[in-house]
Design a protein around this ligand. Structure first.
Ligand SMILES: [Zn+2]
Length: 243
């Protein structure tokens, strides 16, 4: 049990030291930048998925473009065959009427096939165009994700600097306040544990662990002068009596 009775000046110093400690703990928590890190992880995953989709869509676009080129080549070959057959037909040398009819049928058949192949080429070109539009859209998405990631990294760095600066200022303040608190308490106040080494009582509860002061301790606390000290019977933290 602490028996020290602090002067008004020491009480103010310890109260401020406790408040500064809360600021320091909040800043240490903030320094982890948990939300930014989680978003960065999620962005990295999204970026990976978008890149994979981009590869798939690019492959699809290339397949349709290749199929369109193949159809175009087939149509060219067919048109050449029509030309050759027409030349033969117009020449007519050594052909009987049955041969002429057969050549006409052949030309008609080739022209029908050309129409089918041209239709196929058109469909493949349309599919290639649609796939290309998707590729452009996905590429823009990937760029947006990367941009957001860059922005977050910048924010993270500047926030890190701001927090480090504030922490240094609060630590400096605490060092100055500690000098105004009796040296007999310094050892306790420097002890790091699960709970802050010192706290004030709020609504009958320990400001460090949150436990309500039990009967005897609560009575003792009530009877303390301002600047009086006692230990929390739950967490052992040094409790400072304020007004
Ligand atoms: Zn406590």
């Amino acid at each position: 049990m602490a028996e020290t009775q602090l002067t008004a000046e020491q009480t103010t110093a310890l109260r401020d030291w406790i408040e500064e400690g809360a600021q320091v703990r909040a800043l240490h928590h903030e320094a982890k930048q948990t939300e930014r890190l989680e978003e960065l992880r999620s962005l990295a995953q999204q970026h990976g998925e978008t890149k994979a989709a981009l590869e798939d869509q690019t492959a699809t676009q290339q397949q349709h473009a290749a199929a369109a080129r193949a159809a175009e080549n087939r149509a060219d070959d067919l048109r050449e065959r029509v030309t050759r057959t027409e030349t033969k037909l117009n020449d007519g040398t050594g052909l009987v009427s049955r041969d002429l009819l057969a050549l006409q049928d052949e030309i008609a058949g080739l022209r029908a096939t050309i129409e089918e192949v041209e239709l196929e080429e058109m469909e493949e070109l349309e599919a290639a165009d649609a796939a290309e539009a998707r590729v452009a859209e996905t590429r823009a998405q990937a760029e947006q994700i990367a941009e957001r990631g860059r922005l977050l990294q910048q924010e993270r760095a500047s926030e890190g600097e701001r927090i480090a600066g504030e922490l240094a200022a609060h630590e400096q303040m605490r060092t100055e306040l500690l000098a105004r608190i009796p040296a007999s308490l310094h050892g306790r106040l420097r002890t790091e544990g699960d709970y802050p080494p010192a706290a004030v009582v709020t609504a009958g509860a320990c400001g460090a662990c949150g436990a309500q002061l039990s009967g005897v301790i609560a009575d003792t606390y009530r009877n303390l002068e301002v600047g009086g000290l006692l230990d929390c019977d739950s967490c052992g933290t040094l409790l400072l009596k304020l007004a």
